[in-house]
Design a protein around this ligand. Structure first.
Ligand code: GLN
Length: 547
């Protein structure tokens, strides 16, 4: 069959959960047996998300092939249980970069290089590349930002041209806010009408409207939207507020969105198989026993900064039929007021988060000391693992002033140091150790028990690592290196077998967790947390002390 394209645009506000809507559309098509993938367009000029502050755009999602991408790719991977390559995140930066490079190489043969057709052709080429390489049945193309943004115009223009070229194969879905006016209790459609007017001004007539609204739209509101946007009544849907994002595919399917898209694209309708998804959502919603997970880091004020970790916790919790409660712990607060570290006593599990730079680091080290000394289940991720090594070096091995050279280049004991291949790198963008690396797991370790296998692949994003000079000093005092890179003597997993549960990884397990395939490390952490709550022995530690 020919590949179909569903463009998803947004109106009124950003941050409406367009990524979740896009993923949900994907899910209900996939549930009918179609091979679906998704592309995110980010109209900003950055080449990728790698150099952006998580405070502005949330987490940088790392793809298996080492892309530092927009967090919506994480939603696509989780909802669709697929692995998306990095070229599925298209930015203006990439588009202009290649057009200008081509111009310098003389590839345009004397032409005047212009926004239309050269930039729009490059955009279309990048979208069509997905079809050429992967041959999916449906490609969802989410255009970031809001209709009316200047920088989004070339992308809308490219989408308009694709519709002209393939009228049967392209569909436009517009997602826009319909706010509830608290004074009158009325749903207001005017902003949505304006955003559709804006779309039509650039030549795009949406086929489907998805109103983002606090409650389901009544018939009258729907009629009004239909009339003013020139979209049939049956093509107006609502994505109303729900407790969990994973419910969105279900509420859209219930309203008949899947059937409608299938019909409009001229595809054969088939029964949507969503049983497993429904049971997953039920487990999420019905779990009673609370497991409290403290997340310690510096970007904790913007929760989207660690969205994949939060989602990974939810997946594992649903699997174990418990209700996760996330408590954000800003480690700078521990630095200001050291007694605050005792609040970790209220945690069933503690995760020390990935990060960069010096801010909040001493607080993280202090938090790690506390959980290590008090047998609180602990998972360290990336920086969280490196700082666990620093803590162990300082407080167990007795190397006073031990540190990572990322923070203290003059430390007497550089237990964490720059990876040799990173030492001479000048550019910041795209130069870390990124994406999948093969890892071997040592037999007889907790990691081996958790994974149940001797080799794994996990995703990376870092420049520093455990310094080989200190391997002996650390292991002699009981730290176990249970995971190693296959190709080089690099530490990937550390653990403390005498602790109730103390495991940390140089890689990022969160990017591989899926709703129906939770990541074993998160399951292990929560399982340990539940056992400890019930005063049972640790399910994992091999020679562990009791809680
Ligand atoms: N800053 C550390 C490094 O670059 C850790 C990175 C991370 O936590 N993602 O190695």
């Amino acid at each position: 069959m020919t590949t179909k394209y569903v463009f998803v645009t947004g109106g009124v506000l950003s941050g409406l959960g367009k990524g979740i809507t896009t993923s949900s559309i994907g899910k209900i098509l996939q549930a009918r047996g179609y091979n679906v993938t998704a592309v995110k367009i980010d109209p900003y000029l950055n080449v990728d998300a790698g150099t952006m502050n998580p405070f502005q755009h949330g987490e940088v999602f790392v793809t298996f092939d080492g892309g530092e991408t927009d967090l919506d790719l994480g939603h696509y991977e989780r909802f669709l249980d697929i692995e998306v390559p990095k070229y599925h995140n298209i930015t203006s930066g990439q588009v202009y970069y290649s057009v200008i490079r081509k111009e310098r190489r003389g590839k345009y043969l004397g032409q005047t290089v212009q926004l239309i057709p050269h930039v729009t052709d490059e955009i279309k080429r990048r979208i069509m590349l997905v079809t050429r390489r992967e041959r999916p049945d449906v490609v969802l193309v989410e255009i970031g930002g809001t209709v009316g943004d200047y920088e989004g115009l070339p992308f809308l223009e490219a989408a308009r041209q694709m519709k002209l070229e393939m009228p049967e194969d392209v569909l436009f879905v517009h997602v826009a806010l319909v706010p509830l006016l608290s004074t009158t209790g009325e749903l207001k459609t005017k902003p949505l009408q304006h955003s559709v007017a804006e779309l039509r001004r650039v030549g795009i007539q949406p086929d489907i409207i998805i109103a983002r609204s606090p409650k389901p739209l009544d018939e009258g509101t729907k009629r009004k939207i239909s009339l003013f946007t020139n979209v049939p009544l049956e093509a107006v849907f609502t994505s109303y507020d729900v407790d969990t994002i994973y419910k969105v595919p279900l509420i859209l399917e219930e309203q008949g969105l899947g059937k409608y898209i299938i019909r409009k694209l001229g595809l054969e309708d088939r029964p949507a198989k969503l049983d497993d998804w429904v049971s997953f959502v039920n487990s999420l919603e019905n779990a009673k026993e609370v497991v409290r997970v403290f997340m310690c880091g510096k970007y904790v004020k913007l929760h989207d900064s660690y969205i994949s970790i939060v989602e990974a916790i939810k997946h594992a919790a649903a699997h174990l039929k418990v209700k996760p409660e996330i408590v954000w712990c800003d480690t700078e607060e521990i630095e200001k007021e050291p007694s605050k570290v005792t609040e970790l006593n209220n945690a069933d599990a503690v995760i020390v988060l990935p990060g960069f730079g010096a801010r909040g680091v001493e607080g993280k080290i202090e938090a790690i000391r506390y959980v290590r000394e008090n047998n609180i289940p602990f998972l360290g991720i990336c920086y969280g693992m490196q700082l666990a090594v620093v803590e162990f070096a300082r407080n167990v091995v007795g190397l006073k002033g031990a540190h990572t050279t990322e923070v203290d280049p003059n430390t007497p004991y550089p237990v964490i140091d720059i990876t040799p291949e990173e030492a001479n790198v000048k550019d910041l963008g795209g130069t870390m150790i990124l994406g999948n690396r093969r890892i071997k797991i040592m037999e007889g370790t907790i990691a081996h028990e958790i994974y149940g296998r001797a080799e794994i692949q996990e995703r990376h994003r870092h420049r520093y690592e455990v310094n080989p000079r200190f391997f002996n000093a650390l292991t002699e005092r009981g730290l176990v290196f249970s995971g190693w890179r296959v190709d080089k003597p690099r530490v990937e997993i550390i653990e403390l077998p005498t602790h109730y549960f103390f495991v940390a990884t140089q890689f990022h397990p969160e990017f591989r967790s899926r709703p129906l395939r939770p990541h074993p490390l998160f399951i292990a952490l929560l399982r340990a947390a539940i056992n400890r709550k019930h005063e049972l022995p640790s399910p994992y530690s091999l020679r562990h002390v009791t809680a």
